[in-house]
Design a protein around this ligand. Structure first.
Ligand code: HPA
Length: 245
């Protein structure tokens, strides 16, 4: 069973034929909401809205551990994360879909491991390639089958939020080698690896990152919503093809 974690712009999967919902409790507290079970292209899927179904949980307060633990507990075999991002690279214009291949983590103060506490011994996971190669390839193939252009690869910078970045911070991220910036990619990806859940991301560029738009000096929030609405139609189409394959 595939798990889909939906971010801003994807709090529901309208094409999912819902069978039931389940509230899962975990040793790490409550997930962002009840898990929604159903079928997408006749394939079993479990969906979770990362920010809650009413979009009330900010990125730094998402209980990433509970979310991943709950998905593992209901026997999800892989996790696709859908999340909106800012485009740093000039060809990552609003509306672009990207399947990133690397991460730089700038977040702080988030619960970012299951391996702590009195009963858990310390473990260091390999994270050289933060995304699952096979799942990335499946996503790329699904996009091709859906006729949607997606960029294969990009370095994802995970920032703390909830505020957006300054122009100077974006310049720094670019010097570090980042191509796109979002607030929820970490510790989600690392926690999935700790649970040995194959994990890949489908990033949706909502806006040019701070200071990168040729015409605007500030990020325009009303246009973000429109961009995401349109892009999520394409994202749903890619996800349907992923389930069909
Ligand atoms: N920065 C960080 N996270 C984001 C952005 C951004 O510009 N756009 C959407 N998520």
């Amino acid at each position: 069973m595939l798990a889909i974690i939906g971010g801003s712009g994807l709090t529901q999967l309208s094409t999912l034929e819902i069978t039931h919902r389940e509230v899962v409790r975990t040793p790490y507290g409550e997930p962002s909401g009840a898990l929604t079970f159903g079928e997408l292209s006749c394939t079993p899927v479990v969906f979770l809205a990362r920010h809650g179904y009413g979009h009330t949980i900010p990125p730094h307060q998402v209980n990433y551990r509970a979310n991943l633990w709950a998905l593992k507990q209901v026997k999800a075999s892989a996790v696709v994360s859908v999340a909106s991002v800012g485009g740093i690279r000039t060809d990552f214009a609003p509306g672009t879909l990207v399947i990133p291949h690397q991460i730089i983590d700038y977040t702080w103060g988030r619960k970012s491991t299951f391996f702590e506490g009195a009963e858990e011994s310390v473990r260091h996971i390999d994270f050289t390639e933060p995304y699952d190669a096979k799942l990335r390839q499946r996503l790329l193939a699904a996009a091709a089958a859906a006729g949607e252009h997606v960029f294969d690869g990009g370095v994802y910078a995970a920032t703390q939020g909830p505020r957006l970045e300054t122009a100077a911070e974006i310049n720094r991220l670019e010097r570090d080698g980042a191509d796109l910036v979002g607030m929820t990619g970490m510790p989600e990806a690392a926690l999935a690896r700790e649970l040995e859940l194959p994990y890949a991301a489908l990033s949706v560029v909502a806006n040019y990152a701070a200071g990168r738009s040729a015409s605007e000096h500030a990020i325009q929030f009303d246009s973000i919503e429109l961009v995401l609405q349109e892009a999520m139609i394409r994202v749903r189409c890619v996800l349907e093809h992923l389930c069909k394959a």
